[in-house]
Design a protein around this ligand. Structure first.
Ligand code: A3D
Length: 326
């Protein structure tokens, strides 16, 4: 039998999209696996630790005949292998342990994210970067400053996760399918995040008509503490299944040009009265990355919550600037 496959250079050759995940720890490996499983493209998993990204990538590739996905998964310690990625997800850094706030990670992770971003930009000058490393609002700012990319190409993952937590708590409480629950969480990705129950719906019906105010307040509070709740249980690390799924939802929206409306940390240029800070807001994500920001009408209480969340973000940014890393 003879077979002649289509090779590079043929007019019919359509290379797959390329997704790099930096950091092959809990979040990075989960994201890489989900991205491969969803066939978003070929996946490169990079870490500073020798052997771990290679081992995890090989393990994922060996799962592909069972799960039936067509994606190459490559583990590496060399940024040359990430060249010409369409999307790069940054999860490199240290994670929270019990008793630590997200902000405690700042000094260590700024240096890591700055170094990672410089390497990414060198090898994939046209990529779109999605940052996951905490404290998220400070790290996505670091990636934007170091890359010099416009706001369309540097986005932070937080709102998709926080909203998913809120959606799951609502669905659990009302005993309805999570498919019918939509919710949005805005603001920074810290204790001052801003769940917006007024904009949550269940099967199109406003949540405020489906649930009493006390239960809604409890769910909003649990959402804001969602990361800490998992850390208390795990003791040695922080959440990774939902964060991995959340960042892959964003990557999919970009790689498949889906024009999804998802809450993300976006660099604001006047929206919500905020300029030159990242804040969690409803975004349109498509092939160009951040393709738009939706400005919701906020009531006085919601505006005050956004203002105090912005104050928390500003403190983080000041701390980053004071380190003088870039
Ligand atoms: P972990 O399992 O420790 O993995 C981090 C990985 O980064 C490790 O494998 C490290 O070896 C690697 N790493 C460290 N320095 C570098 C470097 N310079 N270059 C490449 N790789 C490096 O942590 P994790 O996966 O649980 O969490 C990763 C980050 O995501 C942490 O900062 C978490 O706090 C953060 N996180 C954010 C969210 C958000 O919602 C924003 C959710 C969950 C985790």
């Amino acid at each position: 039998m003879r077979w002649s496959g289509v090779v590079e250079g043929d007019s019919a050759y359509f290379p797959r999209k390329k997704l790099t995940v930096v950091g092959s720890g809990n979040v990075g490996a989960t994201a890489a696996f989900l991205a491969a499983y969803k066939e978003l493209g070929n996946v490169v998993l990079l870490d500073v630790i020798q052997g771990v990204p290679q081992g995890k990538a090989l393990d994922m590739y060996e799962a592909s005949p069972i799960l039936g996905y067509n994606a190459q998964v490559q583990g590496t310690n060399d940024y040359a292998d990430t060249a010409d990625s369409d999307v790069v997800i940054i999860t490199a850094g240290i994670a929270r342990k019990p008793g630590m706030s997200r902000d405690d990670l700042l000094a260590t992770n700024v240096k890591i994210v700055a170094e990672v971003t410089a390497n990414i930009v060198k090898h994939s000058p046209h990529c779109i970067i999605i940052v996951v490393t905490n404290p998220l609002d400070a790290m996505v700012y670091t990636a934007k400053q170091v890359s010099g990319f416009c706001r369309k190409r540097v986005i932070g993952m937080a709102g998709v996760l926080d909203s998913a937590r809120m959606r799951s708590f609502i669905a659990e409480k009302l005993n309805v399918s999570i498919s019918d629950v939509s919710a949005v969480v805005l603001g920074g990705h810290g204790d001052s995040m801003v769940p917006l129950p007024r904009y949550a719906t269940v099967g199109g019906v406003p949540l405020t008509e489906m649930m009493d105010a006390k239960s809604i307040a409890e769910i909003s509070q649990r959402t804001a503490q969602g990361g800490a709740e998992i850390i208390q249980l795990l003791k040695t690390g922080s959440a990774f299944y939902a964060p991995g799924a959340a960042v892959v939802e964003m990557a999919e929206a970009i790689l498949k040009d889906q024009n999804r409306i998802l809450p993300c940390a976006a660099w604001l240029e006047g929206e919500y009265g905020i300029t030159d800070y990242f804040m969690g807001v409803p975004c349109k994500l498509g092939g160009g990355g951040l393709e738009g920001v939706i400005e919701l009408d906020l009531n006085e209480q919601e505006q005050a919550a956004m203002a105090s969340s912005l104050d928390a973000v500003k403190i983080l940014v000041q701390q980053v600037d004071a380190l003088g890393v870039f």
